[in-house]
Design a protein around this ligand. Structure first.
Ligand code: NAD
Ligand code: TYD
Length: 352
């Protein structure tokens, strides 16, 4: 085997954030081997990685993180030195419909990976980087920000499963000395995001003149971060962050859902040559999400001060490039929004 400087296992690399993570690592570190392990659930798509799939420092393995034997084999075969763990069930609405899948993938899958890493790595220079979410902190009122020290208070089955996985990651550090790092990020947007999440769903519906379903009053607030800035932050933490620490990653970019959807409508009125205000007429208020968290907002002071990371683009720039990507990649969207997704979408939204 070639003498790679690191041999990094990226889990969930065929998904939205994972594919951006793999692309960054493969292109930036020619002396690292990047092994992408993904089960290819509905959310995993190897099309996302077409541009790097032939790279000499990239390998793909189709496997489930819950399968101990498969994970042990991958550690053995590729002599894995580090893990960046992104594989998860990631959609809050789906977690409300079926929490058990989230426990299996997010909790059991994470414990499984931790355990193999603990058994295989004995001392030496390793990192197990766990990618988590700000949703573990619960919901904010009008004031305040999530800090790394904010008490965990997850409220959806998705965030409860991610919070649980974070606790296990920390437990493996304290109990077995596994060299872990955790990052908790706000809402991501960008290319290759599955169109069940707010921004790609709205872009796709506007293009097709379909209703734009706003849950409740649309006053819930999210902090939006460009996915490329997120994976750059992970790269920084993975290489320079302190072992055993958590880092919050955010964009200082809060929007109510309604304002954000209206903004997308205006961008696309212009892009699609429609009359000003035409897309806004598609906005439809639908039944609220059960237990809908009111507001997420991140205090990113720790990563800014310790690791000198800040977002590289404004929201206006990031969103413009994102809209452009979806308009230029209609085949990608068509492929995904047919079949099983179509049925899911119709059940989720048309019955609300
Ligand atoms: P995604 O749903 O787009 O991708 C998840 C990937 O994991 C898919 O490729 C899927 O096939 C794979 N996967 C799922 N279960 C698996 C299993 N059992 N074994 C192997 N692979 C499996 O998700 P995403 O939005 O890219 O999120 C990636 C990670 O980042 C998740 O851990 C998520 O909790 C976290 N995160 C996401 C956001 C966000 O805004 N999307 C924000 C903060 C943190
Ligand atoms: P989402 O993209 O599912 O991310 P998360 O729930 O993890 O924050 O949703 C973002 C926000 O948009 C959330 O407040 C729910 C709301 N939302 C809608 O109003 N309509 C929709 O069709 C979707 C998917 C989300």
């Amino acid at each position: 085997m070639m003498q790679w400087k690191k041999r990094i296992l990226v889990t969930g690399g065929a998904g939205f954030i994972g594919s951006h993570m793999v692309r960054l690592l493969v292109n930036k570190y020619a002396d690292y081997l990047i092994v992408n392990l993904d089960k290819l659930t509905y959310a995993g798509n190897l099309e996302n990685l077409k541009d790097v799939e032939d790279a000499a420092n990239y390998s793909f393995v189709k496997a489930d993180i819950c399968d101990s034997d498969a994970i042990s084999e991958v550690f053995e075969k590729f002599q894995i030195t580090d893990v960046i763990h992104l594989a998860a069930e990631s959609h809050v609405d789906r977690s409300i419909e079926g929490p058990k899948d989230f426990v299996l993938a997010n909790v059991m899958g994470t414990v499984n990976l931790l355990h193999v890493a603990k058994d295989v790595w004995e001392g030496g220079d390793h990192v197990f980087h766990h990618v988590s979410t700000d949703e573990v902190y619960g919901s904010l009122g009008d004031e305040g920000l999530f800090e790394e020290t904010t008490a965990y208070d997850p409220r959806s089955p998705y965030s409860a499963s991610k919070a649980s996985s974070d606790h296990f990651v920390r437990a493996y550090y304290h109990t077995y000395g596994l060299p872990i790092k955790i990052s908790n990020c706000s809402n991501n947007y960008g290319s290759h995001q599955f169109p069940e999440k707010l921004i790609p769903l709205m872009i796709n519906n506007i293009v097709h003149k379909k209703p734009l379903p706003i849950y409740g009053t649309g006053e819930n607030v999210r902090d939006w971060l460009w996915v490329v800035d997120h994976v750059q932050a992970i790269d920084r933490i993975f290489h320079e962050g302190r072992v055993g620490e958590s880092y919050n990653i955010g964009g200082l970019n809060e929007w109510t859902n309604l304002d954000l959807v209206r903004y997308l409508c205006r961008i696309l009125d212009e892009k699609l040559g429609r009359e000003a205000g035409e897309n806004e007429k598609l906005i439809t208020f639908v039944k609220d999400r059960a237990g809908h968290d009111k507001r997420y907002a991140i205090d990113a002071t720790k990563i800014e001060n310790e690791l000198n990371w800040t977002p590289s683009v404004t929201f206006e720039e990031g969103l413009a490039s994102t809209v452009e990507w979806y308009l230029n990649n209609t085949d990608w969207i068509e492929q995904i929004t047919s079949g099983a997704y179509k049925q899911y979408y119709e059940e989720m939204y048309h019955n609300r």
